[in-house]
Design a binder for this molecule. Structure first.
Ligand SMILES: Nc1ncnc2c1ncn2[C@@H]1O[C@H](COP(=O)(O)OP(=O)(O)OP(=O)(O)O)[C@@H](O)[C@H]1O
Length: 270
């Protein structure tokens, strides 16, 4: 028996898209309260894995369990929060920040009931946590991309999820917005929530991460202690390795982190 109960797990998972294998042999268990960073190169399968874990992408093989319940039998979706990749809150409809965040409460509300005081308090708290309470009346379309991303995170937070998936929440987001996001996720973590975060670079989120998983070509290439940027780069393109790194060990202290982006093509593979 594992010491910590599992928030989400996938066993021998595979996904095919258009007959092409995109994920293969995925075994991953995320314990309650874990903060996991899912890393890897473009196209390595991170988004597909997150989609499979929330039931948006069917498995061709294997099983997903949410809070120890097979995905098909899982019914308490208000426990799950999901912020998809490159989502835009602005869709031409001039929704206000408050309205978008309030929409996150829908899975908790009973049908056609007005928002309760508890609902309103949760919406307020979510706005506070992402630092957008003062913008509540503004049209989402008037906000910057980073602020829109925070609106979407607040929408997911308003549902008070226990298990939260975020797909590249920092992509294209400036540093102050990344720092605000780190604060929001730290609050969520302190509350005991489980977080699965897809990220190319962790930036201000790095101190929150307990565990890193690196994907390569539809498989898990590394699972262990959080990696530095240059180590992630090696895991993406080098030999798969699954042993635990000890970032404080002397052989790591001599290496300065790579200045180049992990998105750069590896040497000799252009
Ligand atoms: N809807 C789709 N139709 C066809 N192929 C897809 C689809 N979604 C993903 N793929 C393919 O599956 C593979 C994994 O894609 P996925 O988006 O999961 O990777 P990723 O690691 O999240 O990449 P990125 O960092 O670019 O988001 C890629 O080869 C991609 O082209």
């Amino acid at each position: 028996m594992p010491l910590t109960p599992a928030a989400v797990s996938i066993a021998d998972g595979a996904v095919e898209i258009g007959g092409r294998p995109v994920l293969r042999g995925i075994d991953l268990t995320v314990g309650v309260g874990d903060f996991l960073a899912l890393m890897g190169a473009n196209g390595s399968g991170k988004s597909t894995l997150v989609r499979a874990l929330v039931g948006l992408r069917p498995l061709s093989k294997g099983e997903v369990r949410l809070f120890d319940t097979p995905l098909d039998d899982f019914g308490t979706w208000h426990r799950i929060g999901f912020v998809p990749q490159r989502a835009t809150a602005a869709s031409g409809v001039p929704a206000s920040v408050w309205e978008v965040v309030a929409a996150g409460r829908l899975t908790r509300r009973r049908l056609l009931r007005p928002l309760s005081r508890v609902d309103r308090a949760a919406i307020e708290e979510a706005l506070e946590v992402v630092g957008l309470a003062h913008r509540r009346r503004d049209a989402v379309s008037h906000l910057s991309g980073g602020q829109q991303q925070r609106v979407l995170i607040a929408r997911a937070l308003a549902g008070e999820p226990e298990l939260f998936f975020l797909d590249e929440p920092t992509a294209g987001v400036d540093l102050p917005n990344q720092q605000a996001l780190a604060g929001a996720l730290a609050a969520l973590k302190a509350r005991g929530a489980t977080v699965v975060l897809v990220a190319h670079e962790l930036g201000p989120l790095a101190p929150l991460v307990d565990r890193a998983v690196v994907m390569r070509d539809g498989r898990l290439a590394y699972d262990g202690a959080p990696l530095r940027d240059h180590e992630v780069h090696q895991s993406w393109f080098g030999e798969p390795h699954t042993h635990h790194h000890h970032p404080a060990s002397p052989d790591h202290q001599d290496h300065a982190p790579r200045v180049t982006s992990p998105l750069d093509p590896p040497n000799g593979r252009q």
